[in-house]
Ligand binder design. Structure first.
Ligand SMILES: [Zn+2]
Length: 490
């Protein structure tokens, strides 16, 4: 039986089939696999990404996208800046609205923002900015606690520092020779490194203690200072890669000797980055008063709009022959080369596992409830609105969202970007654009790209080569459209 062409032209259906490719993609996951917007250095891009990051308060699976719409009007009373917030699901309560994003404009803004303002000091504007940060820290308390203490990473750090300051490595009879050598290297670190480590361990201990308590203003002020120490420590340690490498090896060795299970290689820099990320993102937000794009906009009335995102329920049905036809029509080379039962059965098996279903009477029937991903929902909402052409997202986008943005740019010729993509795919739903003709064109482009993703994933290509090519294309595109982008939003 031939696959009906309407199925082949349906990105939702193809996204459902593409889940059979997931294993390969997970193995290929790479932190560096990203598709950057043409000008990531634009300050407003970093600010919007940080704003999205700071609005995440739930412990798991909350992804937030943020966009800005600028309503101009000859009547100054009608001039307005809208902050549009979308989530991968409809927020159950109005928690986002309650938390007004930290974007109040400041007319007497300082020309340069000092990286750390001591609480209760500084100019009135600086005091307000610190108050805002304290409010954000309080809001993110549970998430901060999770980042600090997950898998007892803070204790690993504190324990290793205690070893560095403790009994000389060669006298540690409880360690084997490898452990003694690693510790010996750490104990030989310079006096300034040792001072920093001592300060960091105190900060980690105090931060962990503060996070066990309730998020009062005082606890938040204390936590803010400790996070700043950990951020400085992170920035210093990342220049000492050989020390960090020995640090991670020793941490692992130590845990194994204690009989602990070590599933992930310890990564002290990653932990420090996660723990102190709220400060880093906040420092981006604090740039708003001195950002040429956003400060002007945010001096006017700001309205926060939270988009609803009710997931549609869709049913898909597929048998083995249909699957073969789809894979062949989509140009999946591994099927064209090897039309054996085995390769198609293998694909079908993966699909069954990915959707957690069974094949009944030769058919895989799946009912899927997947909301539109937040960056795509926002893109559709911002279409033809006077918006800053950048959507801030709290995490890198998936491969399908990247394709949708590319299709949108190609069809509408509007250069809208989000921060980039990790290239993985998961459950996905095609957004619907108000303009029916454009929507159809984007749908066609997306289904071509979604189908082509099968080809890409099965060939043994280096994903970085693809990224490099894409970056080249994007840079060329940027060069061509530089005038327009830069004159509208800098
Ligand atoms: Zn996505």
């Amino acid at each position: 039986m031939a696959a009906p062409s309407d199925k082949l032209a349906d990105p939702n259906f193809l996204a459902f089939v593409a889940r059979g490719l997931n294993d390969e993609k997970h193995e290929r996951r790479s932190e560096g696999l990203s598709f950057d917007p043409p000008n990531p250095s634009q300050r407003h891009a970093a600010i919007l990404d940080s704003l999205a990051f700071l609005l995440v308060s739930q412990l798991e699976k909350q992804i937030i996208a943020v966009g800005v719409v600028v309503i101009e009007d000859p009547d100054p009373a009608k001039v307005e800046t809208q902050i549009i917030v979308a989530e991968n699901k409809t927020p159950l309560d109005a928690s986002i609205q309650k938390q007004q994003p930290p974007v109040a404009g400041k007319r007497d803004s300082p020309p340069h923002l000092r990286p750390h303002i001591v609480y209760g000091t500084g100019s009135p504007v600086e005091r307000e900015l610190v108050d805002l940060e304290i409010a954000l820290i309080t809001y993110s308390w549970p998430k901060l606690k999770q980042r600090m203490m997950k898998n007892k990473r803070h204790l690993n750090f504190i324990d290793v520092v205690a070893d560095v300051y403790g009994v000389l490595a060669q006298e540690r009879i409880d360690l084997d020779s490898e452990g003694r050598d690693l510790l010996d290297t750490l104990q030989k670190s310079s006096a300034s490194e040792r001072d920093l480590l001592q300060e960091m361990t105190a900060a980690a201990r105090e931060a962990a203690e503060a996070l066990q308590r309730t998020p009062t203003r005082l606890n938040a002020v204390e936590l803010r200072t400790n996070l700043q120490v950990l951020l400085i420590g992170r920035n210093t340690l990342q220049k000492h890669t050989s020390l960090v490498d020995v640090w991670d090896q020793y941490t692992r060795h130590r845990l194994l000797q204690k009989g602990a299970q070590v599933r992930k290689k310890p990564d002290v820099l990653r932990w420090l980055s996660k723990v102190s990320s709220i400060r880093e993102h906040y420092l981006h937000i604090a740039q708003i008063p001195i950002s040429p794009t956003l400060s002007g906009l945010l001096l006017r009335g700001v309205k926060v709009i939270v988009l609803k995102n009710p997931p549609p329920v869709r049913k898909f049905s597929l048998d083995r022959d249909e699957l073969e036809n789809i894979l062949v029509s989509a140009g999946c080379e591994f099927i064209a080369k090897d039309k054996s039962e085995k390769s198609i059965e293998k694909f079908l098996d993966k699909l069954v596992v990915a959707h957690g279903k069974k094949v009944t009477d030769g058919k895989l029937d799946v009912s899927i409830t997947v909301p539109v991903h937040c960056e795509c929902l926002l893109l559709v909402h911002l279409h033809q609105q006077p918006a800053v052409p950048y959507i801030g997202v709290s995490k890198l986008s998936c491969g399908f969202c990247r394709m949708y943005f590319a299709a949108y740019r190609e069809v509408t010729r509007v250069e809208f970007y989000a921060r980039g993509s990790h290239g993985q795919t998961g459950p996905w739903t095609l957004p619907v654009l108000g303009d029916a003709t454009l929507s159809l064109e984007i749908r066609q482009k997306s289904s071509q790209s979604t189908a082509a993703s099968g080809e890409v994933a099965q060939e043994d290509e280096n994903p970085l080569d693809l990224v490099r090519q894409e970056r080249e294309n994007v840079r060329a595109e940027k060069f061509r459209s530089a005038d327009r982008v830069e004159t509208s939003f800098v």
